[in-house]
Design a protein. Structure first.
Length: 128
């Protein structure tokens, strides 16, 4: 997969570490681009990282010439705050079906502290 240009990934400094159909790992800096007003990691930035990892994982599991993938639902539990550094998302599939996929995404920091737990449902849609 080519490095995405002109996307939120680029704007937020998200980097791809591992790209496999069974595992997607991505990092994101915790800095002024991803902070909420009080200076902590914005929960929405964590959700964006989680859905991006799940969507890319889903994309790796489809016939890309015939199908697109779209996020249908995501939930997140923000379990620890963070002011600076880097977080890493690890997305793994729980279900890979013909029309839907469900991915689990855990986000940890550099000390391996759990920051966010997320689950994302992806729709697999035939291209028109």
């Amino acid at each position: 997969m080519d490095k995405p240009q002109n996307t939120l990934m680029k704007a937020l400094g998200i980097e791809i570490i591992t790209l496999k159909p069974e595992l997607v790992e991505m990092t994101m800096p915790v800095d002024d681009r991803t902070h909420q007003p009080a200076g902590y990691l914005h929960g929405g930035a964590s959700v964006l990282l989680a859905e991006t990892a799940a969507s890319i994982g889903a994309y790796l599991n489809i016939d890309q010439a015939s199908f697109n993938v779209f996020g249908m639902e995501i939930n997140a539990n923000h379990v620890k705050s963070k002011k600076s550094g880097v977080v890493t998302a690890k997305a793994t599939p729980l279900h890979i079906g013909k029309t839907t996929m469900v991915w689990n995404i855990n986000i940890h920091d550099e000390k391996n502290d759990l920051i966010c737990i997320s689950r994302c449902t992806i729709g697999v849609v035939p291209k028109r």
